[in-house]
Design a binder for this molecule. Structure first.
Ligand SMILES: [Zn+2]
Length: 64
């Protein structure tokens, strides 16, 4: 994952969403994270953290 601002900066995870309290299925829950470019310092909020390769997945609200 590279920075869209400076094109070649590497994005570093600076914060990861905590699991909601009482959550039973931690494997299925897809956390979000904030990432920051190591090159220019730009921060991208709410990026997928547990979603693997697909970035277009949508959280299944039926099981929430
Ligand atoms: Zn950058």
């Amino acid at each position: 994952m590279f920075c869209k601002e400076c094109k070649n900066g590497i994005l570093d995870v600076i914060r990861v969403e905590k699991y909601p309290e009482g959550l039973k299925d931690k494997i299925a829950y897809q956390r979000l994270c904030d990432v920051q470019c190591l090159s220019c310092g730009k921060i991208y909020y709410s990026q997928p953290f547990d979603w693997g390769k697909s970035i277009n997945e949508v959280r299944d609200l039926k099981n929430g």
